[in-house]
Write a protein that binds this ligand. Structure first.
Ligand SMILES: Cc1cc2nc3c(=O)[nH]c(=O)nc-3n(C[C@H](O)[C@H](O)[C@H](O)COP(=O)(O)OP(=O)(O)OC[C@H]3O[C@@H](n4cnc5c(N)ncnc54)[C@H](O)[C@@H]3O)c2cc1C
Length: 361
């Protein structure tokens, strides 16, 4: 693979296949690709992209991406900054390089008897990816423990510290994937955790797992439970489990206004169905996207060419081997259209499309 040397710090590779760098494993090459392991390397990569008029895409662990078959025409910058410092206090603060592996970091916090991230065990990807969609699972979200995010502002080249309240966190959203999408390269994330804190056993699956236990579960036992539950749904990347070759949940759970929720309930009762829902902010209701998919004529294991719906989770689109990005997007479109036809609700995609046109083609 040809390599360009730029400045003193880094080398830029050409025509690097992106599929293998993602968990879904589809998509074409990056015209230019660089992995930056220091802040200086990040800066220099950005300068290279700007001075050569290359569109820039920043990636972490590639676990929330669908890369188009054409690939990315400009530069892909993978943030590989490592390093973890932690400071004792109340809370215990962990300053973590954006390129650190998320699950290894969670394991470390549990080993240090710090609570706050244990329910987020087993999620793939990098630390720098977690603020972007306010990663959440099993009753926890990173927005509860993120104290600040250090990021390079591409508007003016300054490194800024964004505090939690600056990040605009909500369900699967932050400024990084909404109002300020593409503006920041996340370099470091600081989390504040509670030493000696209890694990959070709030989510139904976890309560069920620990039902009948006579002793309170520890953080380590909670982490193990989460990983086991995830594995049973192929939401833990496991060698040999084809159903885990995915980008995780493909659709967000719709959050509906009371009027929209009532309309949906009416449609459900016309079909003699009862739709599950949970309270969300501002009297809204969150409806499980998986329920909508499974009640729109799709079942787990539904297959279309080289792609399909996971046999273990109705929300995951999986690559059965040799799939193209076009096949993934066609299945996504089919699911969205059918759910909208049956339920009048448009499912919003969770993973990020890379290198597609504005209409997703
Ligand atoms: C099997 C499986 C299970 C999953 N389970 C969950 C789950 O339970 N909950 C959940 O919330 N998510 C889940 N995900 C989705 C995914 O793992 C998370 O969103 C993860 O945090 C993405 O991190 P990443 O480093 O892989 O980001 P990438 O996929 O590389 O990128 C995702 C987005 O973040 C941006 N980004 C990444 N790093 C940076 C950076 N340093 N600076 C600026 N922008 C950046 C990218 O530009 C892109 O927009 C799952 C995925 C899989 C495959």
């Amino acid at each position: 693979m040809p390599t360009i040397y730029w400045g003193v710090f880094m080398n830029i590779q050409e025509n690097v296949a992106l599929g293998p760098l993602t968990t879904l494993q589809v998509g074409g090459p990056a015209r230019y690709f660089v992995e930056a392991t220091t802040v200086d390397e990040v800066r220099e990569s950005v300068e290279y992209a700007c001075s050569h008029n290359l569109p820039l895409f920043v990636m972490g662990g590639g676990s929330n991406l669908v890369v188009s078959d054409k690939g990315w025409p400009g530069m892909v910058l993978k943030v590989g900054i490592s390093g973890i410092n932690h400071y004792h206090g109340n809370p215990v603060v962990f300053e973590v390089g954006a390129g650190e592996d998320w699950d290894q970091f969670v394991a470390m916090t549990v080993a240090h008897h710090c609570s706050g991230l244990e329910c987020l065990s087993g999620i793939p990807g990098s630390v720098g990816g977690t603020p972007v969609q306010n990663v959440g699972a099993y009753g926890q979200e990173v927005s509860e423990t993120i104290q600040s995010v250090e990021a390079l502002d591409l508007k003016d080249g300054e490194v800024r510290e964004l505090f939690r309240e600056d990040c605009g966190f909500s369900y699967r959203a932050s400024i990084f994937n909404t109002s300020e999408r593409g503006r920041y390269v996340i370099l470091r994330v600081d989390y504040g955790l509670k030493h000696g804190g209890e694990p959070r056993i709030a989510y139904a699956d976890l309560k069920k797992y620990f039902a009948g236990w006579t002793t309170a579960p520890t953080l380590a036992e909670t982490r193990e439970a989460v990983r086991q539950i995830r594995a049973s749904k192929a939401m833990l990347i496991t060698a040999g489990d084809e159903d885990s070759r995915s980008a995780g949940s493909f659709f967000k759970n719709p959050v509906l206004t009371p009027a929209q929720h009532e309309a949906l309930q009416k449609r459900a009762s016309q079909r003699n169905l009862q739709i599950p829902s949970y309270p969300a902010l501002d009297s809204q209701r969150k409806v499980p996207a998986a329920w909508l998919v499974e009640n729109s004529g799709f079942s787990r294991g539904y297959t279309r060419g080289h792609v399909g719906i996971s046999r273990k989770h109705a929300l995951a689109i999986v690559n059965h081997g040799g799939a193209t990005a076009a096949e993934v997007v066609d299945l996504k479109n089919e699911i969205q259209a059918r759910v909208e036809e049956v339920w009048a609700v448009r499912l919003e995609m969770e993973p990020v499309l890379v290198g597609f046109g504005p209409s997703g083609d």
